[in-house]
Design a binder for this molecule. Structure first.
Ligand code: MEV
Length: 316
């Protein structure tokens, strides 16, 4: 038996950080950038290896569901889900997604790995069950995740997300041309989320006002997507960036890349994800994509990814 499972990267279009505190946000899957897990039957033991981090093979024990290692926790939770008594095989992880870059690398690796474990067991995971497993593992990465990353990565569809509410899938009939600029600076979402939480405790009124304004932007962005108004959507994204600056989760390089994209003709631009490093995104008129891409490289981006989101048929 041999199988390959995968899961996509994601970007937060609008609403990060405020979403942790109950406000809406919009996230998009970036299908061309993925984490993969090759699963192969073998005897005696379970081995997990990864092309992006050195790992010794580990032996699976049933009590790993409390493990602080995200890979072990993913395997254990999936095995427990299927009440598996034994687990053996080879799982090889590969990923195109920058680590600690705000693009959901952890969630995508967990999702692909859980699917790989299910494949070794001759099973398939329902999306809702996969989502619960990946959410549990996200707590190791994020501390107090909103659940937006695991949800967009597992369902692989654009979502308007409010913590604790049913998933609202959004259709993007008019494709969004996105240019993603990676600062190459790793940043742990857990630390940025904790800093924002500390700020909320220190300055509750002012921080809550910032969250309220970000939430209103997410609502406006949903309406702009519906009518295909990319000019308005871009303006809202840039406003969102200014509010994230006020929350102190931007960085000088992120700001430089955002301003570069705007000068290059983007409808709007902002940091995406936890911030303080990681990536920024620009919504571009199709004929400005190449110029913005080149300008971002010149301004110091370590990697630039161009993606078109939406415009396809919704999966049935
Ligand atoms: C990370 O992609 C988005 C954050 O809002 C954290 C979360 O929602 O869990 C920063």
């Amino acid at each position: 038996m041999y199988s390959t499972s995968s899961a996509p990267a994601k970007v937060i279009l609008v609403g990060e950080h405020a979403v942790v505190h109950g406000h809406p946000a919009i996230a998009l899957p970036l299908s061309q950038l993925r984490a993969y897990v090759d699963a192969r039957e073998s005897v005696f033991r379970l081995s997990i290896s990864s092309s992006y981090a050195e790992r010794a093979p580990f032996c699976w024990r049933k009590d790993e569901s409390k493990s602080a290692d995200p890979l072990m926790r993913t395997v254990a939770l999936t095995a427990r889900h299927f009440a598996a008594e034994a687990l053996q095989g080879e799982l090889v992880i590969r990923s195109d997604i920058p680590i600690a870059g705000g693009m959901g690398s952890g969630a995508a690796v967990s999702a692909a790995l859980a699917k790989g474990v299910a494949a070794l067991l001759g099973q398939e995971l329902a999306k809702a069950d996969l989502n619960s497993i990946v959410y549990e593992v996200e707590k190791l990465y994020h501390g107090t995740p909103s659940g937006i990353d695991n949800t967009v990565v597992v369902y692989e569809r654009p979502i308007y997300y409010v913590k604790g509410q049913p998933i609202d899938f959004i259709e993007i009939s008019c494709p969004l041309a996105l240019v993603v600029g990676d600062t190459g600076v790793p940043s742990l979402t857990r630390a940025a989320v904790a800093a924002v939480r500390a700020r909320l405790a220190r300055e509750p009124r002012q921080t809550q006002q910032l969250f309220d304004r970000i939430g209103a932007i997410a609502e406006g962005a949903k309406a702009a997507i519906k009518v295909g108004d990319h000019g308005l959507l871009g303006m809202l994204m840039t406003q969102n960036h200014r509010l994230l600056q006020a929350l102190d989760v931007s960085s000088s390089l992120l700001d430089r890349l955002v301003e570069t994209a705007l000068r290059g003709g983007a409808y709007g631009a902002k940091l995406s994800g936890g911030g303080r490093g990681g990536v920024m995104i620009a919504l571009a008129p199709p004929d400005a994509v190449v110029a913005i891409e080149q300008a971002l490289w010149r301004a110091g981006a370590k990697r630039v990814i161009v993606s078109s989101v939406g415009g396809e048929m919704a999966p049935s």
